[in-house]
Design a protein around this ligand. Structure first.
Ligand SMILES: [Zn+2]
Length: 365
């Protein structure tokens, strides 16, 4: 199998960069369909509109109805046709960005994504997650290319709720360990090949950045301050983790996350919060040295990421519930099988129980 690395064509990150969106956009087309929610428009619509003034490209705003579904994608394709748009721009959270990518793909147009939060590593990827109109997961839409441009305005992200950026750190925490597992097992990555030294290096840098800057960044964000630590964490959450997961591969942590979705009680938790706990479970399965495990669990605690099932919302922990999570995580099609050793629901169940107990131990419960 060949080594493959994929990435967005251009990544821009800085304070106030959204003010230059029009300038960036004019390089890709003449008229952009700009997807945004109405509340997003109220917050930053004027700024975005102003960025197109006097530029070689125009902006046609289309309000996003809240779900990345086939109905919504088709509706927006029609809007793009009616208005004569030749590029798509998504501004907002994950579902808007995924919708923008899907609309652009169906119309063979360039796509520019502008995340207003740093809560997952999805923006840079060549992937859209499609839901039904009711919000139930339907399918993954694998795209032939990553976004043409990913633009992170750190000033805008600094104003988003701190819990979202912390959750992004939870998602990014998994990246290095999942990439390492895939490398050791020789599993194919989401990019459709083996991982490369480049992807591994980015995944490792992602982890180092989180450990060195994560707590500092959280405290600064709580004070509404955009500092160098915040900038580094935004890059780790979005670019390093984005390329790291897609070209380095997914393994235990995300499979455990998927397993946790069978528990209704965890539904209110964010993706990255569940992935952080999934990472600890993977590390227990790998039996990493106790000082390393301690460092990671205490880092999670300092950030406020959940380290026990109770913190994930499970009020009454039972063997049945843990076994249900473990069984779902071991599903034939899931990435737990990318681990470099055999996994079975029984061993995963034990690892979840132990991870939960370690969490309680370090919390001092
Ligand atoms: Zn993730």
């Amino acid at each position: 199998m060949a080594g493959i690395l994929i990435s967005p064509s251009k990544y821009v990150q800085g304070a106030g960069e959204l003010k230059k969106l029009g300038e960036y956009a004019e390089k890709y087309g003449k008229k952009a369909l700009v997807l945004i929610t109405s509340s997003g428009f109220q917050r930053i619509g004027e700024l975005v509109e102003g960025s197109f003034a006097g530029k070689g490209a125009a902006a046609e705003f289309g309000y996003f109805n809240g779900e990345c579904s086939k109905t919504e994608i088709n509706r927006l394709i029609q809007v793009a046709e009616e208005k004569g748009c030749d590029m798509v721009i998504g501004i907002g959270g994950g579902k808007i960005l995924d919708t923008a990518k899907a609309v652009a793909y169906h119309k063979s147009m360039p796509v520019l994504v502008c995340p207003t939060i740093a809560s997952t590593d999805a923006p840079c990827s060549a992937l859209s997650v499609i839901y039904t109109d009711e919000g139930v997961f339907e399918e993954y839409l694998f795209l032939p290319a990553n976004p043409n441009l990913v633009l992170m305005d750190t000033e805008v992200i600094t104003k988003s709720p701190v819990r979202l950026t912390v959750s992004g750190m939870g998602d990014a925490l998994a990246t290095y360990f999942e990439a390492r597992a895939c490398k050791n097992s020789g599993a194919a990555t989401c990019a459709g090949g083996l991982s490369t030294s480049a992807a591994m290096a980015l995944a490792e840098l992602c982890f180092q950045t989180l450990m060195e800057e994560g707590v500092k960044a959280k405290i600064a964000l709580s004070a509404g301050a955009c500092t160098p630590a915040v900038e580094k964490v935004i890059e780790a959450n979005t670019l390093l983790s984005g390329i790291g997961f897609e070209s380095g591969g997914l393994a235990g942590a995300h499979a455990i996350h998927n397993g946790l979705t069978v528990l209704e009680e965890c539904h209110h938790m964010y993706h990255g919060e569940k992935v952080a706990f999934g990472t600890i479970v993977q590390l227990v399965l790998e039996n990493i040295p106790s000082d390393e495990l301690e460092d990671i669990i205490t880092w999670c605690i300092e950030l406020g990421l959940p380290v026990t099932l109770k913190e994930l919302g499970v009020t009454e922990v039972t063997d049945e519930k843990i076994m249900a999570v473990a069984t779902a995580a071991c599903a034939e099609t899931d990435t737990l099988h990318n681990m470099p050793f055999e996994v079975a629901p029984e061993t995963v169940c034990a690892a979840i129980k132990a991870a939960d107990a370690y969490g309680q131990f370090y919390l001092g419960n």
